[in-house]
Design a protein around this ligand. Structure first.
Ligand code: SF4
Length: 325
């Protein structure tokens, strides 16, 4: 039977050794991703949000095996990705769109070769079939098929991101990790790229993990949203529920930082600000990692780490303020 979830992440950890001792053994580790679990259902978009350095991009790169997990399990279509053959299958089913459309496209390659490269690697098309497929992909992302002979540097940021999306779609993946795909773009272009991703999702039945540093960016596209802080997921809920009833002090602070376009409402708002800087992830605070910046912190928060638990109808939060902790 087909698994309900296209992706299951169980107790995933990704540590980077930043210092070794005299004998070359790890002496200090950066715990970029520290024991996180979540699922993504077919056809949904999970938004993954947090400040820079919270581990969200490392999560995406570990899922797609650009980084080897330190511990934990990643299941795709109900099967563990724990062998080379499973990884090869994954390369076709899962693709990634990167943040910086300027850096992620080779400036010496034509647009046609950038999009056609995955077709060559997987032996999926050649000759006129390859050219037809490239033209089809360019049209699919709203670009003129005649652009195939031009170079990426001739295009704007938004157009380059469309080229990156066409490349990701070339081998017909079912799951795409979008790693901050709109953060480097002008605000006026961001909505166009989000609309394109939504249109493609509907047309091709895609599932997305959509990574962003700002809750405002994922609001429109996400079915559910997971919020990360210092390597941990602190809250997961349906998108509307999370925006209307945030339960974790960190999510509340992130939402409070989003400007409201109405000047009257904006002037009357009370902002919940996080105090201080993001602690060093090599040596995170004991107990709850937010406690050094949380306006609700109490003595227990320094002693005991709150687990991520269901606080009602699938809304999960990791905070001692909630019953059950
Ligand atoms: Fe704040 Fe304590 Fe909740 Fe952490 S557990 S978010 S420090 S109240």
């Amino acid at each position: 039977m087909e698994s309900k979830h296209i992706l299951e992440v169980r107790n995933l950890k990704k540590y980077f050794t930043v210092k070794t001792d005299f004998w070359g053994r790890p002496a200090a580790c950066l715990k970029a991703v520290d024991d996180i679990s979540f699922n993504i259902s077919r056809g949904e978009t999970l938004g993954l949000v947090g400040e820079s350095g919270c581990g969200k991009s490392t999560t995406g790169r570990t899922i797609i095996h650009l980084y080897k997990p330190t511990a934990g399990e990643i299941l795709f279509d109900g099967k563990a990705i724990d062998s080379l053959s499973a990884e090869k299958q994954l390369r076709r089913a899962m693709q990634m769109i990167f943040q910086d459309p300027y850096a992620s496209l080779n400036p010496r390659m034509t647009v046609g070769d950038i999009i056609g490269e995955p077709l060559d690697i997987h032996g999926l098309a050649s000759g006129s079939g390859r050219a037809d497929r490239i033209a089809e992909l360019l049209q699919m992302v709203g670009l003129n098929p005649g652009y195939a002979s031009r170079f990426a540097h001739e295009f704007s940021g938004g157009q380059r991101q469309r080229i990156g999306i066409a490349r990701a779609l070339a081998i017909e993946p079912r799951f795409i990790i979008c790693d901050e795909p709109i953060s480097a773009l002008d605000v006026s272009i961001q909505a166009q790229v989000v609309n394109l991703l939504e249109h493609l999702q509907e047309k091709l039945g895609l599932t997305y993990l959509f990574i962003a540093h700002d809750l405002a960016m994922v609001k429109h596209i996400s079915t559910r949203v997971a919020v990360m802080y210092l390597g941990k997921i602190v809250e997961i809920a349906g998108s509307t529920e999370l925006y209307n009833k945030p339960q974790h002090p960190y999510t509340q602070a992130l939402l409070s930082a989003i400007a409201i376009p109405d000047p009257l409402v904006e002037s009357k708002r009370q902002r919940l600000l996080l105090t201080g800087d993001l602690p060093n992830p090599i040596n995170p605070p004991s107990g709850c990692r937010l406690r050094t910046r949380c306006h609700c912190a109490m003595p227990r928060c320094a002693e005991q780490e709150p687990a991520l638990i269901d606080i009602g109808a699938g809304h999960m939060a990791a905070c001692h303020l909630h019953p059950g902790h």
